[in-house]
Design a protein around this ligand. Structure first.
Ligand SMILES: C[S@@+](CC[C@H](N)C(=O)[O-])C[C@H]1O[C@@H](n2cnc3c(N)ncnc32)[C@H](O)[C@@H]1O
Length: 210
């Protein structure tokens, strides 16, 4: 994967968290209640804590993230481990918010699909590399919209927190065509959509047998 290009950075006060922005959308795609849910690359656990399931598991490869997340709730089964190799079950709902680009794309998506129970739902909110002419055209809208939302958030006191300084970050991401091609092969029928603020989503309803 190539290195992600630097974005035009807004001043600190006007910056805001794009993952958080799409979290509400992600939650709306889920069944109102599930038996089991797994959040992959849970970070500080905000999404895991919002998942409506009888049993919620959240895994992260960072010991520090799990240490901090586990201090916030004992309703979630917090797991320190690598999702690619850790012994996990299969879940009615699998979510990955801004974590798929930390994994090798095809291996990671294959693993997420394998963790999804037959008939279950996999939802990814992912980062992608701006690479195609349509990506660049989109930025003509994204950049001013990003500044407007940043300004609105600064004025109402909810901005200025783009990400936690201890959160593991990587400077790589696949392109949208790469994500679409991997999804077509590994999660056929998945809906891959580009969203406004440098994120895409993948929603896959696993077949009853897979
Ligand atoms: C950018 S953070 C996103 C955290 C959280 N989902 C959020 O949206 O705030 C990506 C997270 O994925 C985790 N991660 C990276 N590789 C992983 C792996 N192989 N297994 C589990 N977690 C991993 C990192 O430790 C990090 O906490």
């Amino acid at each position: 994967m190539r290195e992600k290009q630097r974005k035009l950075q807004l001043p600190e006060k006007l910056r805001w968290n794009h993952n958080e922005w799409y979290r509400r959308w992600l939650l709306r795609q889920l069944p109102s209640r599930a038996g089991s849910a797994l959040d992959v690359g849970c970070g500080l656990g905000e999404l895991a804590r919002s998942l409506k399931a009888d049993e919620v598991t959240a895994i992260d490869a960072s010991a520090r993230m799990i240490e901090r997340a586990s201090a916030t709730s004992d309703r979630v089964n917090w797991v320190h481990g690598d999702v690619l190799t850790h012994d996990l079950g299969r879940y009615d709902v699998v979510t990955a918010e801004a974590s798929l680009h930390h994994l090798p794309l095809r291996e990671g998506l294959t693993r997420l699909a394998g963790l999804t129970k037959p008939g279950g739902t996999l939802i990814v909110i992912g980062l992608y590399l701006t690479a195609t002419p349509s990506d660049r055209a989109m930025e003509l809208v994204t950049l001013p919209a990003n500044a407007v939302v940043g300004l609105a958030k600064a004025l109402n006191g909810t901005g200025g927190k783009p990400h936690d300084t201890e959160m593991p970050m990587v400077m790589t991401a696949p392109t949208l065509p790469e994500i679409r091609a991997a999804a077509a092969e590994i999660t056929p029928g998945a809906r891959v959509r580009r969203h406004l603020f440098w994120r895409c989503s993948l929603v896959w309803h696993a077949p009853e047998v897979h």
